[in-house]
Design a protein around this ligand. Sequence first.
Ligand code: SAH
Length: 361
Amino acid sequence: MRSLETLIRDEIASTGPMPLERYMALCLGHPEHGYYMAKPAIGAAGDFTTAPEVSQMFGEIVGAVLAHAWQAMGSPDPVRLVELGPGRATLMLDILRTFKVLPALLDAVDVHLVETSPRLRAAQEYRLTEAGFTATWHDTLETVPEGPVLLAANEFFDALPIRQRIMRGGTWRDRAIAIGTNDRLEFVDGQAVSAEAIPPALYDADEGAIIEDCPLARDIAGRIGARLSRNPGLALIVDYGYRETAHGDSLQALRAKQFADPLAGPGEADLTAHVDFASIAAAATAAGARAFGPITQGTFLTALGIGLRAERLRASGAGAQDLTLALERLTGAGGMGTLFKVLALSAPGLPAPPPFGDETV
Ligand code: SAH
């Protein structure tokens, strides 16, 4: 069996330096060798741990916001409950458990999971079935039926392939991967990109400055926005990233919770980039949705009462030390509290979702 690295080297040998976007798409999504296809390892024993894997409190709060939106929409039946990139389905299970306090909502819900990894689909199906739920799987959002929608995406957008552009001698160039003189994969400056492809505010930059762009994230955000312009609904997008498009290199590889070289062992590590929330909000609002935030995950969870929820769980006998650690990890600046952000996209005409204030302009 040929390794992904061999396939990548062969492609570079025949067609020249490989744009980072293609490299990342292959590393994550190659049907046989891609990280999510072959060896996704999410959770305590895996390569990375996500908020729902830290504590049930995260999914309970996301579920409460979605349930509130459903009531604000006039309690439609059916309502599509959609998750993008559900991983081990932990968030979905916590949301559905939270919905149990509203039997009419649980009855109305029709679960749709957008997931490309056959392994993770199998894991999701196993856990949902065990809990007595059914779902429909999709490769993309496009095949999810129209209608009122509640959508969640946690650490989904960071896993989409990005482009990087690098400033060299007054020209922006696409960052690509080639085989270096020492026979290792290395970054090289690729094709020059036209001035229109660079945000005007970022055009002037120091030598070696980097700009990132995630066309697939913009495309998916536009599709969510278009859906919300046609149907009542709310989407909550949670991820680590930055509020405003800026210069910087955020590509990173994680293997067994350690940072690794993104060009070493393609397909072996989880490869991600920080999410550009401004570009996601802009794509969704251009398609007709309203955007709120992003606010930090710490603000989101704290304003919605995660502290009280932890007290209740403590009183019911849950491990006090674990709860304190989970709370700190989810909301603290040293954990996910500040780096992670929550963006809400809403259909026009619905009230602002709690705890968001003003609409993003
Ligand atoms: N939301 C989960 C998992 C995050 S990992 C959690 O919080 O634990 C990223 C998830 O997105 C995985 O389920 C992965 O298989 C899926 N994924 C990655 N790229 C995708 C794509 N292009 N389309 C659909 N799903 C994708």
